[in-house]
Write a protein that binds this ligand. Structure first.
Ligand SMILES: [Zn+2]
Length: 205
């Protein structure tokens, strides 16, 4: 059964939220709901929100998670190493001058382990620190799809100068991603989609 992926760019940094659902099912998973609650609610529409998955704890990927979790009862998930960012303006890099939604405060998220099944989707969780301590990539192996958050972009990778960033860890994380199948379709946290092969070919690691 095929899956649908709807991209919803949110907020000043146009962070990509991804709504993912299996054809024929009425429930959906939402990855990285950022600073545009109205647009996200519009995209969800009549579908039932089954899970909210956060690739990391920066404000531009999480701001709508709390209101959506509250309104729908959907559980949110984040890697334990980034959980502290969900209630900390500074660690989440919250910027009041460009945000519509209020700063994150106290969203209770469940810890992402090595795998998560939700809405008929079997995510493998790849821990890819470097952009933040708890950055993850969400891998749908059967569908050949990877949601790479702010770890890997088209023609780039995440900055390492924010709280919890680490260049050595980023290098290891990129090596881990480049060991995945080249044809994998990559959906980054900002910008357009790409593939592992296209990105791997740009670097000598
Ligand atoms: Zn980020």
């Amino acid at each position: 059964m095929r899956i649908n992926i709807q991209t919803v760019p949110c907020g000043a940094y146009q962070a990509n939220a991804y709504l993912v659902w299996r054809e024929g099912r009425d429930d959906c998973a939402l990855i990285d709901p950022g600073d545009d609650l109205e647009r996200l609610e519009g995209a969800i529409g009549d579908k039932r929100l089954g899970a909210i998955l956060l690739t990391h704890g920066h404000f531009d990927h999480i701001l709508a998670a709390q209101p959506l979790a509250k309104a729908t009862g959907a559980a949110a998930y984040i890697h334990p190493a980034d959980a502290e960012m969900l209630s900390d303006m500074d660690k989440s890099a919250y910027n009041a001058s460009i945000c519509r939604l209020p700063p994150p405060k106290g969203l209770v998220a469940k810890p992402l382990g090595e795998a998560l099944s939700a809405c008929g989707l079997d995510f493998t969780v790849l821990h890819t620190p470097g952009h933040s301590r708890g950055s993850v990539c969400l891998y749908l192996a059967d569908e050949g799809v990877l949601f790479s958050g702010d770890t890997l972009f088209e023609a780039g990778y995440g900055r390492m100068d924010l709280y919890g960033g680490d260049s050595r860890q980023m290098l290891d994380s990129l090596k881990k991603l480049f060991a995945l199948p080249g044809e994998l379709r990559v959906y980054p946290g900002h910008g357009g989609p790409t593939t592992i092969a296209r990105e791997r070919d740009r670097y000598i690691l």
